[in-house]
Design a protein around this ligand. Sequence first.
Ligand SMILES: Nc1ncnc2c1ncn2[C@@H]1O[C@H](COP(=O)(O)OP(=O)(O)OP(=O)(O)O)[C@@H](O)[C@H]1O
Length: 262
Amino acid sequence: MPTALDVRGLKKTYTTGGTSLEAIEQLDFSIGKGELVCIVGPSGAGKTTLLRCISGLLDATAGVVELDGTAVTEPPAGMAVVFQEYGRSLFPWLTVRQNVELPLKEKKVPRARRTELVDEALDAVGLSDSAASHPWQLSGGMQQRVAIARAIAYEPSVLLMDEPFAAVDAQTRADLEDLVRELWKRLGVTVLFVTHDIDEAVYLGERVLVLSNRPTVILEDVAIDLPDERDQLTTRSAPRFAELRAHVYELIQKAKKGERPA
Ligand SMILES: Nc1ncnc2c1ncn2[C@@H]1O[C@H](COP(=O)(O)OP(=O)(O)OP(=O)(O)O)[C@@H](O)[C@H]1O
């Protein structure tokens, strides 16, 4: 499998007014084209820091991030990010359609193609009927679907998601998880999904990278050998799901106690 995203020797130390904090000690991993990889780790383990470095929003202290073989030094054209705080990531004065269209205008996509891409993306997330609404007229789950539509309309090769469903209710969350799996399969996009939620990571991912506590290293790269066809009932009640969940849970407990890889 060709590599989509390569992270090598990544370190990040924050320095503010004479004090320094080592957030990431050393991270090395790569993600194959079309893979769906989840990252879990204890609170404060540097998950957001890592995503910000990968997306070119934050300079690493050392190491390189490569997207399709090219070093990332600024937000790359082939990458889209969905953040947790959808409320703040959508522009309230723009309609749903205009929000989804904005990055395409910035990318100088011609008008006719923009219309097509926006229509397809809104249809994919089930929001065609809300195109003319404003974000504040929608529920939290719908707003997050707008953020997902905006990301996929952009046709990224890599989609980064930073705890995108942390603020929605459990039922909506399950629906959005299935939406991500469905879009991932349909579009063949590479997905890196950060979450606090162990069940969510095991349910969604083909691999789960478990991070140590700060300063961060990878504690284990867990292969999720569940069948590719997943659904909320069958998959979550499968004995193998329970085993994988228990394994990741134990790793997180170890991480919290400060355990490092041998
Ligand atoms: N701009 C910053 N300046 C200084 N320290 C920072 C900065 N941003 C994050 N940190 C510190 O870096 C460490 C990692 O933070 P980060 O937000 O990446 O962790 P996280 O794993 O995403 O946390 P959570 O799971 O709680 O969202 C934390 O100790 C945090 O306080």
